[in-house]
Design a binder for this molecule. Structure first.
Ligand code: GLN
Length: 201
């Protein structure tokens, strides 16, 4: 089977780490900034970084509406941390002018786990990831306050939702791209392959 081509939205954030993790998970990975580049990928990762900045740059680069359209059309998408915020249908305490792409029926609270110096690591059991818990790296991380009926909770940390999937959209509060453990990226690459190769064919 040919290899899926997965973009990483490269406006701001830890783009390089995701490109490396995706390549390790057997995808062809490339940065995406413009609508023409978005049109050429099978799926997209939204990296960690600063969601207000990513939001503003996405509007500036003219890629916000194309992103919404592709996510609506079912393109597989995976957001980590700031990327999770970008996938929320609703965020609490948005900065003024902050827009999201949306796609997951969830309410996300930015910086919920505290400030930069309260960043931490914790073992997280992620549904769909076999074996040991994943090492969750939380950096000024959001949590999910609540999810709608269509969204599935994949992981919690101390009673707070930290991983969610709805259809082809996956989001984690933490950063698997920083750990060298590529199992969450592999889960996403499997979602992309399943989408490209429906079992009915
Ligand atoms: N707190 C950041 C935001 O609001 C997210 C932090 C991160 O991606 N590590 O976008």
């Amino acid at each position: 089977m040919n290899t899926p081509v997965i973009g990483v939205l490269a406006l701001q954030g830890d783009v390089r780490e995701h490109l490396i993790a995706l390549a390790a998970a057997d995808a062809v990975a490339r940065p995406v900034r413009r609508p023409e580049e978005l049109a050429e990928v099978d799926a997209l990762v939204l990296p960690g970084g600063e969601s207000t900045t990513i939001s503003k740059l996405a509007v500036l680069f003219g890629v916000m509406e194309p992103l919404r359209a592709r996510v609506r059309d079912g393109m597989p998408v995976y957001g980590t941390c700031a990327g999770m915020i970008m996938l929320a249908d609703k965020i609490l305490d948005p900065r003024s002018g902050q827009e999201t792409i949306g796609g997951i029926d969830m309410i996300v609270r930015r910086n919920a786990f505290g400030r930069q110096n309260e960043s931490f690591e914790a073992a997280v059991d992620v549904r769909g990831v076999a074996g040991d818990p994943v090492e969750g790296v939380f950096i000024r991380a959001p949590w999910v306050e609540s999810v709608g009926a269509g969204a599935e909770v994949l992981a919690e940390h101390e009673g707070h939702i930290v991983a969610v999937r709805q259809g082809n959209a996956l989001a984690t509060s933490f950063h698997p791209e920083l750990t060298g453990d590529h199992r969450v990226h592999s889960l996403f690459v499997d979602m992309v392959r399943a989408y490209r190769t429906p079992e009915s064919l």
